[in-house]
Design a binder for this molecule. Structure first.
Ligand SMILES: NC(=O)c1ccc[n+]([C@@H]2O[C@H](COP(=O)([O-])OP(=O)(O)OC[C@H]3O[C@@H](n4cnc5c(N)ncnc54)[C@H](OP(=O)(O)O)[C@@H]3O)[C@@H](O)[C@H]2O)c1
Length: 463
């Protein structure tokens, strides 16, 4: 009999099943297309592993209370599989949805399953296939009883950070885990965009790809280190076996998305918490897909700039660090607001810990945010304020340099603007408030008196 069942044998389900086996768990696996189950069990023959041909057999092979890890495509597939599971499970059993489900769907499913006596966990799992195999970062939300029954399994298979802490945590009820995973993905969009812009700036100075790879590799040994920077070095070094040329220029400059970045942007709008680096990264991908239009606009408005003078790569490196900090600041600001808004006991410093290993956004700076819990924005942490104080001039130089040379740098520029907006004590928002009041009597507040005010901005005879 198995201690856990994995339903869904896509790349993630397969690798998580192998990870569980390596941790000596008895595992039963199954999949909608039974052929995939047979192939997987044959290829990975192991006395701890069994395969089931259908839901009835799958459930019959599990110890009670049963623990089922669902690893199917997010959306309708989750509901379809839950329906089948429900016909076989009993009160007290645990279902973990380990896919990238939208957190509000997880909220509804948790409520529905609670009424049926099932302990439902929504677990965001980051790290891709390799993470799933070797130790991912796991962000768990849902029923505490479910966490008590299955939490140890998830902790065992998760990554461990340098301090030996498990990169898996229970973050709160309902969709708290999937919400945190959504923010993780939003930050991932912004970090990737910052890297793409840094690459573009170095390219504009005519550095060959091999030299850019060298810069990135050397930066990755310092405080600006991140897993994505490490991956970028691999990409920059890769040669195309078909052409014998560097691979990257052979790739079409258009990129799609699976939607989790847009979810974060929608959520930032709903919460009224600014996340411009994330939204710019999502918009950039959308614009990238307008290939024909971009080619037309390029011909219509050719560059009219002088050949670029050089920007010191060390300045770019410092700018990348500032950008990364500000992108994380925006993600943590959303998490901090969600904590109050949804009454979730989210611990921001713990989230920074579980993002230190296993996940795609792991980065050196996450180790330095131990005072995150007590500040209203990451820019006020000891580390954040020190970096921004030291390096804001460099970020400004980079943005100026890129703008002067006509390079699109939405993430770097919006990070700088976010920072400048935050640090400007008196914003011109008073004019916005006055205009709103002028055309729509929306009222405004004064600096010298309490209350909401409205005035007639034009004399009656001028109307
Ligand atoms: N890939 C990654 O790097 C990654 C990273 C983190 C999280 N995730 C999330 O993890 C989950 C699994 O991802 P994945 O990449 O392993 O595979 P996937 O392609 O997202 O999903 C494959 C699994 O979903 C099943 N499935 C698809 N449509 C179905 C339907 N209508 N009804 C029932 N089952 C259906 C497939 O069954 P069949 O074999 O029968 O088609 C297969 O078991 C997803 O939510 C994904 O977003 C993925």
């Amino acid at each position: 009999m198995a201690q856990i069942g994995v339903w869904g044998l896509g790349p993630m389900g397969q690798n998580l099943a192998l990870n569980l086996l390596e941790h000596r768990y008895q595992v039963v696996v199954a999949n909608r297309t039974v052929e995939n189950t047979k192939k997987f069990v044959k290829k990975n023959a192991n006395p701890l592993l069994s395969g089931a041909a259908n839901m009835r057999e799958f459930i019959s092979l599990l110890n009670k209370p049963r623990v089922v890890l669902l690893m199917v495509k997010a959306g309708a597939a989750v509901d379809a599989t839950l329906e089948q599971l429900l016909s076989q499970l009993e009160p007290g059993d645990v279902i973990i949805d380990g896919g990238n489900s939208f957190f509000e769907d997880t909220n509804s499913r948790a409520e529905m399953l609670h009424s049926r006596g099932i302990h439902f966990l929504g677990a965001g799992i980051s790290g891709g296939e390799l993470g799933a195999r070797l130790g991912p970062s796991i962000m768990v939300g849902g029923a505490e009883e479910g966490w008590e029954l299955a939490g140890k399994i998830l902790e065992d298979i998760s990554a461990k950070n340098r301090a030996g802490q498990s990169c898996c945590a229970f973050l709160g009820p309902g969709g708290a885990g999937h919400y945190t995973k959504m923010i993780h993905n939003g930050i991932e969009y912004a970090l990737m965009q910052l890297l793409a812009e840094s690459y573009q700036i170095l390219l504009a100075m005519n550095y060959p790809l091999s030299k850019i790879a060298e810069f990135f590799a050397s930066w990755n040994r310092g405080e600006v280190s991140s897993y994505l920077l490490e991956l970028a070095v691999d990409v920059l070094k890769k040669q195309d076996p078909d052409t014998g040329k560097p691979f990257l220029p052979q790739i079409l400059d258009q990129v799609g998305s699976k939607g989790t970045g847009a979810w974060t942007v929608n959520q930032s709008m709903a919460q009224e918490i600014a996340a411009p680096a994330i939204s710019e990264a999502v918009y950039f991908r959308q614009l990238s897909l307008k290939g024909a239009d971009r080619a037309r606009a390029g011909a219509l408005f050719p560059e009219k700039i002088n050949p670029p003078q050089m920007l010191e790569p060390q300045i770019l490196k410092a700018s990348l660090l500032c950008g990364m900090l500000l992108a994380f600041a925006q993600g943590f600001a959303l998490l901090g607001d969600a904590k109050d808004r949804y009454s979730w006991p989210l611990k921001l410093a713990r989230i920074a810990e579980i993002w230190q290993a296993g996940c795609i956004i792991r980065a050196g700076l996450l180790k330095k945010l131990d005072d995150l819990e007590v500040v209203s924005n990451l820019i006020f942490t000891r580390y954040g304020s020190q970096v921004l104080e030291k390096s804001q001039t460099q970020l400004r130089s980079t943005v100026l340099w890129a703008l002067e040379h006509g390079l699109p740098i939405p993430a770097l520029a919006s990070c700088l603007t976010y920072f400048d907006t935050y640090r400007t004590e008196t914003l011109p928002a008073n004019l916005l408030a006055a205009l709103r009041d002028h055309f729509g009597a929306h009222t405004f507040r004064r600096i010298d008196k309490h209350g909401d005010f409205h005035v007639r901005w034009r004399d009656a005879h001028d109307l």
